[in-house]
Design a protein around this ligand. Structure first.
Ligand code: ZN
Ligand code: ZN
Length: 414
């Protein structure tokens, strides 16, 4: 690996994270949740953030090995407790309108072999702990962004046939390319990319489809869309009007299905890494929105825990479209990491919908969102369903069908 070019790309990634990801403002506070393995990149981001005029940069370190020890050895009841001070910390940062950045470097199966019940409780508590900021996120109070950086074990899982060092280099290179920072003017490139996602969003919003019909091997699913649904992609706007991009990379356009309007079956096409466990070959049946049958060839217990998190986790909250000819999909690599895999594949999310997927949604209470047809839940977990054999139709209110996807890609219009 050429150290100088690696350093330049790392700087580009930090620059894109702060400028495109968070749209960090002068004197704003930056809160970073980061895995220990990400430390060199966290330092780089911190340096650039201060140079851009950040007021404070707070780093909240996480470590899956420590979490693993808790899941293994801590008293049962402690797994469902979370401290008040942690909640107050988040509330305080939300009040200060801090920008929230997650820099993750996780292991694909950190919790494998642990008791799925204890892992399930731990994950549910983590989700509740994040709720405070998740409602602030969903209502546009704060800008937030997630990026992922490699570690050796993860790299070896993605590239098992090369040496650990080569695998790590390869994963860095893949991430630099997928996050579009492997170039001279990454911020300009990103603006162009976001522009093209926004024009797809405008096109879909003008259609006012009543339903989507998704078909692929093992999948035959009809999703009703709420009357006032909005397609979203490229980023979101805070209540103060700042445009930010929550996921780097991002290739998707998405909306929310109607909570009680999903019917049929769906089959996953990539492993889902959830709770440090790989869940494979998921098959779900939906009746009036509710998951009524669950199958997975691996990780079924963890999947069942996820679906039983609360009432809303029995329903869907997102349908996202990603063409098979997107740069990430074309790599044909399973990254065992949702951030990359979801941007390589059409996906659905179990759990809550984003309020920005409906007109005026960011000003609605949970009850109003429910009435408008949007699902609410403490959880939101994407699973991948895209394939080169996927066809998707949009169905107009008068029943007229319009083909959107053929063989996994957007229909090209002349
Ligand atoms: Zn998505
Ligand atoms: Zn999602």
């Amino acid at each position: 690996m050429n150290e100088r070019s690696h350093e330049r790309k790392l700087t580009n990634l930090a620059e894109v994270t702060l400028t495109i990801g968070l749209n960090l403002q002068e004197t704003q506070t930056l809160n970073i949740n980061a895995d220990l393995d990400a430390a060199p990149f966290v330092r780089k981001v911190t340096e650039i953030a201060y140079k851009k005029g950040a007021r404070h940069v707070h780093v909240n370190w996480m470590d899956q090995e420590i979490s693993k020890l808790k899941i293994k050895h801590a008293p049962e009841e402690s797994l469902s407790e979370f401290p008040d001070w942690s909640k107050h910390r988040s509330e305080e940062l939300v009040k200060q309108k801090a920008a929230f950045l997650s820099i993750r470097s996780t292991l694909p199966e950190a919790f494998s072999g642990l008791d799925p019940d204890r892992v399930g409780t731990f994950m549910k508590t983590s989700a509740m702990e994040l709720q405070q900021i998740s409602s602030a996120r969903k209502s546009g109070k704060i800008a937030f962004c997630i990026v992922c950086v490699p570690n050796e074990k993860w790299a070896q899982r993605v590239y098992p046939n090369v040496t650990p060092e080569e695998a790590l280099d390869k994963l860095w290179e893949a991430i630099f390319q997928m996050t579009r920072v492997d170039c001279d003017e990454p911020v300009e490139q990103w603006k162009a990319h976001i522009g093209s996602l926004l024009s797809k969003v405008d096109e879909l919003n003008a259609k006012r489809f009543k339903q989507l019909h998704i078909e692929a091997p093992g999948t035959d699913l009809v999703l009703d869309l709420p009357d006032q649904h909005l397609w979203v992609g490229g980023g979101a706007v805070t209540q103060e009007g700042l445009f930010f991009t929550p996921n780097l990379p991002t290739e998707e356009v998405f909306t929310a299905p109607k909570k009680n309007g999903v019917n049929g079956t769906v089959k996953s096409t990539m492993p889902l890494i959830y709770g440090g466990t790989a869940i494979e070959d998921i098959e779900l049946t939906f009746e009036a929105g509710k998951i009524t049958n669950v199958y997975a060839s691996k990780g079924i217990e963890t999947l069942k825990h996820l679906i039983n998190s609360d009432d809303g986790s029995h329903f869907l909250g997102e349908v996202a479209l990603v063409p098979e000819d997107s740069p990430i999909a074309k790599r044909n690599t399973i990254f065992y990491n949702t951030l990359f895999d979801e941007n390589a594949s059409c996906h659905l999310a179990i759990g809550s919908a984003y309020p920005l997927c409906i007109e005026e949604g960011t000003n609605m209470t949970s009850e109003e969102l429910n009435q408008a047809g949007l699902n609410t839940s403490i959880t939101h977990v994407d699973f991948m369903i895209g394939s080169p054999e996927m066809n998707i139709d949009g169905i107009h209110p008068d029943g007229r069908r319009e083909q959107l996807f053929q063989n996994g890609c957007w229909i090209k219009k002349n």
